[in-house]
Design a protein. Structure first.
Length: 326
């Protein structure tokens, strides 16, 4: 039995995970005043689930951070105070069982792959920023130290706007296909056209939120629709790059902005189909993610189960080899 822990900027969710099913789920607001307070909050929710489900064999944790996977140490973390924290060691000490830590988008991608039953998958999560994960042969691809597969930071226009995230790049996917990018583009266009219907939606701070921009597009505002059309075009360029590099069986689009997919999905697929190598394009399915609200905890639980199994297989192989030498 494993537990999955999904640590977000607003809430911590914990569940017992069996296969791709989450049960006994508990949630608690994320405490962000300090690293210790956050970890205490995580421990509280985990112990609540343990009291109901029993002692786990392992715990998987997904966090919105860059993780050095071998040590489970948080390299960088933007929205929660965990930068530099040896999370795997700290939580392992608190619970006395193996703990495995990964980026939350990697966990979501792992859940998606196992839930839809494919072994090669790329997932993009479109929200305030752009995240994602890559699954190859059923296992998460992370690069040499666990810090790779930063899919939001591939350049789709070398002369484009600066990335709104913690990134030195210009014209990366996050600079075009994130909530921050929509706010930037919407605010600029509305300010340039003060007599437009879009300008009427500007807030007192002179900004147009991504939510208001999407609402304007749904109401048929031509300026907002133009921005969403460009959103879809740039997303399609990114999709083509990922299909050409990884050749997944499935490319899934998730994250909060996927709820507005009716405004950009078809345009993204059209652009991607024109840019992807034909032999690869005919072998991939591009679709909205199916994981739903439990994808984070399910992916974290799958992480724990797969890593525990891998380590046991390694130990068994080592023991068998040692016996053969003796």
């Amino acid at each position: 039995m494993v537990l999955g822990v999904d640590v977000g900027g607003t809430k911590v969710a914990v569940a017992a995970v069996e296969g791709v099913t989450a049960t006994r789920t508990r949630e608690h607001p994320t405490v962000t005043v300090s690293a210790d307070a956050l970890l205490d909050g995580v421990e509280h929710v985990v112990r609540d689930v343990i009291a109901d489900a029993g002692q786990p064999d392992a715990i998987g944790v997904g966090v919105p951070s860059q993780i050095e996977f071998a040590t489970g140490t948080v390299e960088t973390s933007v929205n929660i105070p965990l930068t530099g924290v040896p999370l795997r060691e700290e939580l392992g000490r608190r619970f006395g069982v193996p703990v495995y830590v990964d980026n939350d988008a990697n966990c979501a991608a792992l859940a998606e792959a196992h839930m839809v039953g494919v072994s090669h998958l790329v997932m993009l999560t479109l929200g305030t920023g752009v995240g994602g994960g890559v699954v190859i042969d059923g296992m998460t691809f992370r690069g040499a130290h666990g810090l790779g597969a930063e899919l939001g930071h591939i350049a789709v226009n070398s002369d484009g706007p600066p990335c709104p995230g913690n990134c030195p790049n210009r014209g990366c996917l996050e600079a075009y296909c994130s909530g921050q990018a929509l706010e930037r583009d919407g605010s600029e266009l509305a300010s340039d056209k003060p007599d437009s219907p879009l300008a009427e939606r500007l807030g007192p701070d002179g900004r147009l939120s991504a939510r208001k921009l999407v609402a304007a597009a749904e109401d048929g505002d031509q300026d907002a629709l133009l921005i969403m059309e460009n959103f879809g075009r740039m997303l399609g360029i990114g999709i083509a790059n990922y299909v050409n590099v990884f050749q997944p069986i499935r490319l899934a689009i998730g994250g909060g902005l996927s709820r507005a997919s009716h405004l950009f999905f078809d345009r993204a697929v059209q652009e991607a189909s024109a840019r992807t190598l034909p032999a690869l394009w005919k072998r991939v399915t591009v679709a909205l993610a199916e994981g739903g609200a439990d994808a984070g905890v399910i992916g974290a639980g799958l992480l724990a189960a797969l890593e525990l199994e891998r380590e046991r297989d390694t130990d068994l192989t080592t023991a068998t080899t040692s016996e053969g030498i003796e």
